[in-house]
Design a protein around this ligand. Sequence first.
Ligand SMILES: Cc1cc2nc3c(=O)[nH]c(=O)nc-3n(C[C@H](O)[C@H](O)[C@H](O)COP(=O)(O)OP(=O)(O)OC[C@H]3O[C@@H](n4cnc5c(N)ncnc54)[C@H](O)[C@@H]3O)c2cc1C
Length: 142
Amino acid sequence: MGLLPSTGAGAVNAMQDAVILANHLYDIKPTSFESIKQALSDFKEERFDAVKEQYPQAEFAAQLQFGHTLWERVLRHILFNWIPKSMQLKRMTKDNAYRPQANFLPQAPKRGTLDVISQKPSKRIQKEKEEEEAKKHAVTVL
Ligand SMILES: Cc1cc2nc3c(=O)[nH]c(=O)nc-3n(C[C@H](O)[C@H](O)[C@H](O)COP(=O)(O)OP(=O)(O)OC[C@H]3O[C@@H](n4cnc5c(N)ncnc54)[C@H](O)[C@@H]3O)c2cc1C
């Protein structure tokens, strides 16, 4: 069982992978074997479990949308007709909160009303800012 195509999970995860990988590649500085290894391992750490978690969810969603057994049909009827809108909205809010952006570009503003998980800052930009501050401080002291 893979991710479910009809939910767009393949495409969404491919784009999220690309954004997160770009963020980690941007942080490679100075370029060395160790820093490349670190960036790829950080990428795996950030994405692997999050994607793995989606496989059982995709299997359940497939049963729910396309299952033909009596149990699957009953479950579909209950979930699509009886679950209150507030619970559906809660689920949707949770699922849509993860919207990573390229952290080395100006951030797209939040225009909607749903929550957004805050963006992990770029390690490289943070380090460069700290170095800049330290330089300014050194000049002021002199
Ligand atoms: C039949 C089918 C239907 C699908 N339908 C949907 C759908 O309706 N909705 C949905 O969301 N998802 C769908 N998916 C899943 C979706 O297409 C994939 O999850 C998504 O394309 C993965 O994107 P990716 O960039 O990670 O990998 P890929 O799209 O596989 O891109 C990887 C690229 O790397 C290239 N490559 C590989 N190895 C090398 C190498 N050594 N050197 C250079 N290049 C290399 C490949 O040629 C390829 O172009 C479907 C998949 C299939 C097979």
